[in-house]
Structures are given as structure tokens and as C-alpha cells.
Design a protein around this ligand. Structure first.
Ligand SMILES: Nc1ncnc2c1ncn2[C@@H]1O[C@H](COP(=O)(O)OP(=O)(O)OP(=O)(O)O)[C@@H](O)[C@H]1O
Ligand SMILES: O=C(O)C1=C[C@@H](O)[C@@H](O)[C@H](O)C1
Ligand SMILES: [Mg+2]
Length: 160
């Protein structure tokens, strides 16, 4: 969460002349409300089910860069499904850098429940420990510091 998937997928798509789909955005369109509102009205389990349906039922164009939500890779068979249907890339950052970015971001992320400072760093450290085994299944891993479109292109064109 907050590693730059949306920001950099959009830039990569523009550079490649591909379409761009952000699955959090697609979900919000389908729900007719923000993710934060959906979480508080229907809870996380309902959100994860809908997120899975949107991942698998979206009609993807042939050439597209897709950014997922931060939790999506860690539920159901999503990593396996994405690895079978495209090239996957994990943008890796430390909990401290993620916390700094998330504190400055305007998007409300309900999983964080308003945490700040050291409490936020500690929470992200725990979440990453739970989740990283899923993220590491991605075909390619890039360090999210000094990010550039060229760095992303290099990673997806590399052997692994
Ligand atoms: N290389 C960068 N350097 C500094 N800030 C960045 C960089 N990339 C993204 N950001 C900022 O970090 C924040 C999170 O970025 P973004 O929303 O793209 O992350 P995300 O991975 O899509 O998050 P989520 O998992 O919640 O969808 C934004 O405020 C964005 O402007
Ligand atoms: O990390 C998560 O679990 C989430 C990340 C966001 O992208 C959204 O998908 C939602 O806020 C949940
Ligand atoms: Mg995003």
C-alpha cells in the first residue's frame, strides 16, 4: 500500500502507449462509492469478494498496465491468477518510506484506520511481514526508491 502502483502504472502505460486500469478505481465505479465508504458500510470480507470479482471479470485490452489495490495480491488465488495472465511486478519499499508517503497522501486507506508516526510504521512493518510472501511471488521486483519509467521497463523486459 502506497508504494506507487497507481502513480507509476499510469506513467508506464503512457510511455508504452498502453491502456491503464487501476483496479481500486474500477471498484469504486462499480460500488458507486469510495473504498472507505464501502468498508465502513459492508466490511472488509464483502470488499475482498467484490475486489476478486472485479479482478477476474474486467475485460482487459490486449495491451494494458494494471495497478491493483495493496491488499489484492494477498487474497484468494490472485497472485497465481495474475502470474498466469500477465507480467507481474512488485514495487518494494521499507515500512518507514511507505509510512511517510501514506501520511502525505490524500487518499483515505481504511486498513490504516488513521494511524500516524511510529504507530503507522509499526503497523506497516507487521502488515508487510504478513503480506510479503505474496508480493514476492511477482515475476519482477523493483526497488521503489529513485523510481522511473525506464527502471520499470528494464524490470519487465528482464529475465526475472
Ligand atoms: N517515487 C515517488 N517518490 C515520492 N512519492 C511518491 C513516489 N511514487 C508515488 N509517490 C506518492 O506516494 C503516494 C502513494 O502513491 P500511489 O497512490 O501511487 O500508491 P499505490 O501503491 O497505488 O497505493 P494503494 O495501494 O493504496 O493503491 C502518493 O501520494 C504518490 O504521489
Ligand atoms: O492494502 C490494502 O488492504 C488496501 C489498499 C488499497 O489500495 C485499497 O484496495 C484498500 O484501501 C485496501
Ligand atoms: Mg493505488
Amino acid at each position: 500500500m502506497g508504494c506507487g502502483k497507481t502513480t507509476w502504472s499510469r506513467k508506464l502505460a503512457a510511455k508504452l502507449g498502453y491502456e491503464f486500469i487501476d483496479l481500486d478505481h474500477a471498484l469504486e465505479e462499480q460500488m458507486g462509492m469510495s473504498i472507505a465508504e464501502y468498508f465502513s458500510s459492508f466490511g472488509e470480507d464483502a470488499f475482498r469478494k467484490l475486489e476478486s470479482d472485479v479482478l477476474k471479470q474486467t475485460k482487459y485490452p490486449e495491451n494494458v498496465v494494471v495497478s491493483t489495490g495493496g491488499g489484492l495480491p494477498c487474497f484468494f488465488d490472485h497472485m497465481e491468477w495474475m502470474n498466469s495472465n500477465g507480467k507481474t511486478l512488485y514495487i518494494k519499499l521499507s515500512p518507514k518510506t511507505l509510512a511517510d508517503r501514506l501520511e502525505n497522501s490524500k487518499t483515505i486507506r481504511p486498513v490504516l484506520q488513521g494511524k500516524k508516526g511510529d504507530e503507522l510504521v509499526e503497523f506497516i512493518t507487521g502488515k508487510l511481514a504478513e503480506r510479503e510472501s505474496f508480493y514476492l511471488q511477482a515475476h519482477h521486483h523493483v526497488d521503489g526508491i529513485d523510481m522511473s519509467v525506464e527502471k520499470l521497463e528494464g524490470a519487465i523486459n528482464s529475465a526475472g
